[in-house]
Design a protein. Structure first.
Ligand code: ZN
Length: 355
């Protein structure tokens, strides 16, 4: 098997994939690995593939995909894998060092008690693995750890217990302490070349060659961004936003927004689509607001209560959602919250009321 065939599900990064594949096959993967590079270029996808391979008894670099371990991993329920990716802009030190859960009390001795204390990554990784291949923890967007949280991780980075693997991703290695960097193997992933993004879009199908080329050109090497700015996708988002504002019923908004991603989406893909949707919704709300103001509070669109006020609330809610999105709040959660705000502000238009 040529080494370049490692991690076939991941676009680009041929050198990094080949290098990591070789280390994994030779059983020489380091115990701590940092993947650094801009958002949306596949760092998490690569980290997850490494984790799956680490835990798979078949010992293929990215996991065989069909054994009990790989299936548990894909289903999100592998007991030897810990994903540390809390919503929000910071990773609390309790998530690393262990600590009190909100409102809980410290359990005395062995009294288990209902979720009183977070074990934290350090304690979790120190416990015995349940499978034969050790344990793996993945700290996503590790630059969200403050100095104290990073320091709490140092000892584990230096001497990982047992046969464990610690994976970190970060948008920039420079955002982490020198002491953390010196204990990790650091791989910098570059944005994908335009041609590679274009090839990925064409292979995905259903896209005109010219659209794939222009989307790739403005994507800055991120497949998530490229998907979000495909003309068909932008149009779909605009229609979706318009429809919801007009009070059209539909399935859960989150499923419709992320519908084009299929099963294998990353948080960066979802973030890019959520951004496109929220921007479209913001534009649509502003147009309506302008029309309602011009018509002295009337329009084909009849929000509850004071229409101008409802639309201004909705504009504020859109802006807040876009801010939270950039602060790493889970995109699906933001779409759910936005759907609630829209439902609160809008109802179907009643032609008789606007005559
Ligand atoms: Zn497997």
């Amino acid at each position: 098997v040529p080494s370049s065939a490692s991690f076939p599900d991941i676009a680009g990064h041929a050198d990094a994939r080949a290098f990591l594949g070789r280390l994994a096959r030779e059983g020489r993967l380091p115990h701590a690995l940092l993947l650094a590079g801009p958002e949306g270029i596949g760092k998490s996808l690569l980290a997850r593939a490494l984790a799956r391979g680490k835990l798979c008894p078949a010992e293929s670099p990215e996991g065989c995909g069909s054994c009990a371990s790989c299936r548990a991993f894909e289903a999100g329920g592998h007991s030897d894998f810990l994903l540390l990716d809390p919503p929000g802009p910071t990773i609390p030190i309790a998530a690393i060092r262990g600590g009190e859960a909100e409102g809980g009390e410290r359990g005395k001795g062995e009294s288990p008690g209902p979720s009183v204390r977070l074990p934290g990554l350090v304690e979790w990784i120190g416990r015995k693995a349940s499978g034969p291949r050790g344990k793996c923890a993945f700290v996503r967007d590790a630059e969200r750890m403050n100095v104290f949280a990073q320091n709490a991780l140092l000892k584990t980075l230096e001497e990982p217990p047992g046969d464990s693997l610690l994976l970190l991703t970060a948008t920039s290695a420079g955002a982490l302490l020198e002491t953390v960097l010196s204990r990790c193997l650091c791989l910098r992933l570059r944005p994908l070349p335009v041609e590679e993004v274009e090839r990925f879009l064409l292979a995905r199908g259903g896209i005109a060659a010219a659209d794939a080329r222009s989307a790739a050109r403005v994507s800055e090497g991120s497949i998530g961004e490229a998907l979000a700015c495909l003309p068909g996708e932008a149009r779909r988002m605009r229609d979706l936003a318009e429809g919801r504002l007009a009070g059209e019923a539909g399935g859960p908004l989150r499923e419709e927004v992320f519908g084009s991603l299929g099963g294998k989406s990353t948080a960066a893909d979802r973030r890019a689509l959520a951004r496109t949707f929220l921007r479209s919704a913001g534009l649509a709300v502003r147009e309506r607001w302008r029309a309602v103001v011009a018509a002295g509070g009337e329009g084909s669109y009849v929000p509850r209560g004071d229409p101008t006020q409802s639309l201004e609330d909705l504009l504020a809610s859109t802006a807040r959602a876009l801010r939270d999105l950039e602060a790493n709040v889970e995109p699906g959660l933001l779409i759910d919250l936005f759907a609630i705000d829209v439902a609160r502000a809008c109802r179907p238009s009643h032609p008789s009321a606007t005559a």
